[in-house]
Design a protein around this ligand. Structure first.
Ligand code: ZN
Length: 155
């Protein structure tokens, strides 16, 4: 399995997120949701976002099933998007995709985005790149929907 052959540094970060997924609780109060499924490997991501009046993410919930890379990427995503508005999130997602495609500039753009740069190790294993990017597809899905008013008052 690919994960065994990842460099220790990358593998440790991925396994740590797999064991302790961040923001895994399902949000009851949210503005939009996103879903993504990869039927070929059984990976699934379900995401809820709560945004403030400017669209800035103030809470995120992400539940997933599937392989470690998928789960870890989702966990890292939830940490990185908090506090960002939709435009900042799209820029971030763009750089993540560029990193997975091998863009040499991407790593420096992602250096301040928590554990995300650790996903760079996954690109040695092209079949797993889809696993790493699935949570980002769920995020696209969430942002592409017109956010409805959340069921609690906005501040
Ligand atoms: Zn997978």
């Amino acid at each position: 399995m690919a994960l065994d052959r990842l460099d220790d540094l990358y593998r440790d970060a991925i396994l740590e997120h797999r064991r302790n997924p961040r923001n895994a609780n399902k949000l009851e109060d949210f503005n939009t949701t996103g879903n993504a499924v990869n039927p070929f490997c059984g990976d699934e991501i379900h995401l809820q976002l709560k945004q403030d009046g400017q669209g800035r993410v103030i809470a995120v919930g992400l539940q997933g099933e599937g392989c470690s890379i998928n789960q870890a990427s989702g966990s890292m995503l939830t940490e990185a998007i908090r506090g960002k508005n939709p435009q900042e999130i799209r820029t971030l997602a763009d750089w993540v995709r560029k990193m997975m495609r091998g863009d040499p500039e991407a790593e420096s753009h992602l250096r301040s985005e928590g554990d995300i740069p650790n996903l760079i190790g996954v690109r040695e294993y092209p079949v797993r790149i889809k696993c790493a990017l699935l949570p980002w597809s769920a995020l696209d899905d969430a942002l592409s929907k017109t956010p409805h008013e959340s069921n609690s008052s906005r501040t």
